[in-house]
Design a protein around this ligand. Structure first.
Ligand SMILES: Cc1cc2nc3c(=O)[nH]c(=O)nc-3n(C[C@H](O)[C@H](O)[C@H](O)COP(=O)(O)OP(=O)(O)OC[C@H]3O[C@@H](n4cnc5c(N)ncnc54)[C@H](O)[C@@H]3O)c2cc1C
Length: 530
């Protein structure tokens, strides 16, 4: 009798519903059974040591908040797989070390399949190439195939107007083409049926069973200090919990339970509270929910409640997420320019580490930037409005290397996604062509935090600063500073503003006109007010 083994190598697709690799495995298992083969489906998750070291700029590659969230996602996935009659083998080894051991077996006629979600970024691609090399050699003559399945986006590349190689360089062009041609969004698929993912016999495949009975690592096993829990400050927008069940609860909350989706267009530039935006991003990034499942929930909401600009806008935002994935897939790697020199502009980015430290710690003297930087440091989350401003400040006001900012976000963000993070930073740094998106921070602060409620939330030293000074406390007379308990400057309660680069003549129009208004993105055609 022949034997088939299918390894499902999970990474950023930590769910059972609408999981293309699990569906592939269940189909392969059904075919093998039909042929009369013995068949094993071996779901695997590795806390890959490469993800728990340091980045090349010296930040923890995966900070404590995201690690805690990830541990919850993996625990939830294991539980869901068990309820389908399957299990999850967990390891702290690199996948290319573990997976070959799962494939070792006796007998002559063997088929080995390793399936994983297609990745488009360098480190992830290198990891699955290493798995492919080691797994191919492991079976001692077994027939081997590595099956990468596209699953991370709303649109499938095969359905698009153009191939990824021909992706328009500008988001708006891609979006309008996609909408004009009515490119279909595939329907989400259900989880495999109970029993569709057969496990090995209990006395076979010891390496697999060992990984299934292994408890999940703790934060300390993954290198975090004693006492580090990865829990964010309760002042954060939401107590994010990892896993598919929590993702579904949030999806239901934002749509049918609270009707927040119906006003999303008007609230999406907020910074305080749970429902100004969907907060789907951490679950999307870990793959606890697919973009297609979010889209399907929005369509259901439209059918049952209301269809308006807000309900459309959620799909619009998911298209941004898609676009960055496709853009990175087209251009490759992390869009790094190794010496910091952009080939088009010959611009040399600065590396002023004391200014960088002040930005990271939220003591730049610009309250909007500081409040946002303190929020991300305390919780692992920051609103889109905050990210746009904090990034613009680092790049255009301080003139620092954009990669230092992207690296810091990579370390801290709960929703870190390689393409969305590096793609947004790259765009904000003005490296995707077209107009430079420099934000006028004081103007943004007055527009999006008119009463200073947000900056006071994260900068308690501004608590008693009057509304008219809250975004520029340094401009308060000394007597008023003393009266409200906020002395500005060295040795005081709040820092004086850092020295920032002047706006150039060509930016003045943007500063006072263009950039004060709607939510914008980098790149030509980035205007966003509908
Ligand atoms: C410098 C910078 C770095 C960023 N890094 C990341 C990141 O690592 N991971 C990440 O998911 N998003 C990133 N974003 C995009 C955006 O800020 C977040 O997706 C959003 O704030 C998450 O909150 P939400 O789920 O409530 O968003 P909502 O406003 O509710 O949007 C719904 C979904 O649309 C997608 N989306 C919205 N805006 C964008 C965008 N600009 N780019 C890509 N997708 C978008 C996200 O999947 C989001 O969950 C970054 C933006 C900037 C400016």
């Amino acid at each position: 009798m022949a034997s088939t083994k299918v390894v499902v190598f999970f990474r950023n697709d930590l769910r059972v519903a609408d999981n293309y690799c699990l569906n592939l495995a269940s189909k392969e298992a059904a075919k093998a059974k039909e042929r009369g083969d013995t068949v094993e489906v071996l779901p695997v998750y590795c806390f890959d040591p490469r993800n728990f070291g340091e980045t090349e700029f010296g930040s923890p590659k995966t900070g404590a908040y995201r690690t805690r969230f990830l541990l919850e996602c993996v625990a939830d996935l294991r539980h869901s797989l068990q309820s389908l009659g399957s299990d999850l083998c967990v390891s702290t080894e690199a996948p290319e070390a573990l997976i070959p051991r799962l494939l070792q077996s006796d007998g002559d006629k063997r088929r080995h399949i390793v399936t994983c979600q297609t990745e488009v970024t360098s480190e992830e691609m290198a990891a699955d190439e290493a798995v492919e090399r080691s797994a191919r050699g492991a079976g001692g003559g077994a027939e081997f195939s590595m099956q990468r399945v596209w699953g991370a986006t709303l649109y499938h590349p095969e359905d698009m107007v153009h191939s990824i190689e021909q992706l328009p360089e500008v988001f708006t062009k891609w979006r309008t083409q996609t909408e004009a041609k009515n490119v279909p969004i595939r329907a989400p698929q259900p989880a495999p049926a109970k029993g569709a993912l057969p496990l090995p016999a209990k006395d076979a495949n010891a390496a697999f069973w060992q990984g299934c009975s292994a408890p999940l690592p703790t934060l300390q096993d993954l290198g975090f200090a004693e006492g580090e829990t990865g829990e964010g400050d309760p002042k954060g927008v939401l107590p994010f919990r990892g896993g598919e069940i929590a993702a579904m609860a949030r999806l239901n909350h934002y749509t049918l339970e609270s009707d927040a989706l119906a006003t999303y267009f008007d609230t999406r530039n907020g910074m305080l509270g749970a429902d100004y935006s969907s907060k789907f991003s951490p679950w999307l990034a870990a793959g606890c929910v697919s973009a297609r499942a979010v889209h399907a929930a929005c369509k259901r909401y439209e059918a049952e409640r209301v269809a308006n600009k807000s309900t459309y806008w959620m799909t619009f935002e998911l298209m941004w997420r898609d676009y960055f994935k496709f853009y990175v897939a087209k251009h490759g790697a992390r869009l790094f320019y190794p010496d910091g020199v952009h080939p088009r502009e010959g611009h040399k980015w600065q590396k002023d580490f004391s200014a960088l430290a002040a930005w990271k710690e939220g003591r730049t003297g610009s309250p909007l930037v500081d409040a946002n930087m303190r929020e991300i440091a305390a919780t692992g989350f920051m609103s889109n409005r905050g990210r746009q401003n904090a990034a613009s400040y680092l790049v255009h006001d301080l003139g620092l290397d954009w990669r230092l900012g992207a690296d810091h976000f990579e370390s801290l963000l709960l929703d870190y996604d390689v393409a969305s993070n590096w793609g947004n930073w790259h765009a904000l740094a003005g490296l995707q062509g077209g107009r430079l998106n420099r934000f006028n921070i004081p103007k943004q602060a007055h527009q999006y935090d008119p009463d200073g409620a947000y900056v006071r939330h994260w900068c308690p030293e501004l608590a008693r600063v009057p509304r008219q000074h809250v975004h520029a406390p340094h401009a308060m007379p000394r007597a008023l500073q003393a009266e409200v308990g906020c002395r500005v400057g060295p040795g005081g309660d709040y820092p004086a503003p850092q020295r920032t680069l002047p706006f150039s003549a060509s930016e003045v129009g943007q500063r006072h006109g263009d950039l004060g208004g709607g939510k914008r993105r980098g790149g030509r055609g980035g205007r966003r007010r509908g």
